[in-house]
Design a protein around this ligand. Structure first.
Ligand SMILES: [Mn+2]
Length: 285
């Protein structure tokens, strides 16, 4: 027989285990696209992402780049249990029959050497064409190749990366001061991102470039990530979709059984989501 304390221990462990999403609350989709998770940085909203992964199921799951942030990990190691759980959850999905496809981005470009290989049921691909249930042919890629800053000068992007780290530090101190003065949290990095990158024209140029590429190839649309701006819109007859990110928007692109493409956020699928907004830490695209 089991000693009483050991028995109680087991009981307690069971009670303390985080509650699983009940089966009836799991949302099913034909396809899910997520990108820009930036695992390996404190900016990744890992808990929310894990909740999202556990609350959804799909025939195919695309990881559209910047999944693990190699740039940041090289500089400073940040990896906790939640980050492990995310990787394990994705591997488990692959094992249970979800078609998992990983399209590396610029922050996980090290994985680009494994393109065309399969790992633990995960297929690594540079880009591919997804055909929706209603026959739309969509180009799937991360999108950094069409980002002027990154394509022209890699060192400039690296510089931007360390700039953000500095900005984060300043932001922390600044907000400690604001908190003491009784003022609410204000995101300096968000403000600077808008100013420095001249965001509107930058984003429009990016979106147009991707739509052009799809048009050139005779496709119906494009699905990408990279700029951390979730979007679905028609650009001169081309469907432009961006699945957003898990640093700021906590968003995913999904395909319903009938082929309809929609953007959803963590709020839409996690039934026990609290109204508390996560605190955002900027991560460069
Ligand atoms: Mn990127």
């Amino acid at each position: 027989m089991m000693p009483a304390d050991q028995f109680l221990d087991k009981k307690m462990q069971k009670l303390l285990k985080p509650s699983k999403t009940p089966k009836k609350d799991i949302k099913h989709f034909r396809t899910i696209w997520i990108s820009d998770l930036h695992l390996g940085t404190p900016g990744c909203q890992a808990k929310r992402l894990l909740e999202f992964l556990k609350s959804t199921e799909s025939e195919t799951l695309y990881l559209v780049g910047d999944i693990i942030d190699g740039w940041q990990l090289k500089r400073r190691w940040y990896w906790d249990q939640t980050h492990n759980n995310i990787v394990q959850t994705v591997l488990k999905k692959a094992k249970k029959g979800t078609n998992v496809i990983f399209v590396p981005g610029n922050h996980d470009e090290a994985a680009r050497q494994f393109i065309e290989l399969d790992f633990g049921g995960i297929q690594v691909r540079d880009e591919l064409i997804h055909t929706t249930a209603n026959g739309k042919r969509m180009l799937v890629l991360h999108g950094d190749r069409f980002d002027g800053v990154i394509a022209c000068a890699k060192w400039l992007a690296y510089l931007g990366d360390s700039m953000y780290t500095v900005i984060l530090k300043i932001n922390q101190v600044f907000n400690q001061w604001r908190a003491r003065a009784g003022l609410p949290y204000w995101s300096l990095s968000q403000y600077l991102k808008l100013k420095v990158k001249n965001a509107v024209s930058y984003i429009t140029k990016f979106e147009d470039a991707l739509a052009d590429e799809a048009r050139k190839r005779g496709l119906d649309g494009v699905i990408c990530g990279h700029i951390h701006k979730p979007e679905i819109r028609d650009i001169d007859g081309i469907i432009y979709c961006n699945d957003g990110d898990w640093v700021e928007s906590l968003s995913a692109l999904i395909e319903e059984a009938d082929g309809e493409l929609r953007l959803i956020t963590w709020h839409d699928v996690v039934p026990y989501a609290q109204a508390v907004e996560p605190q955002h830490i900027a991560v460069p695209v």
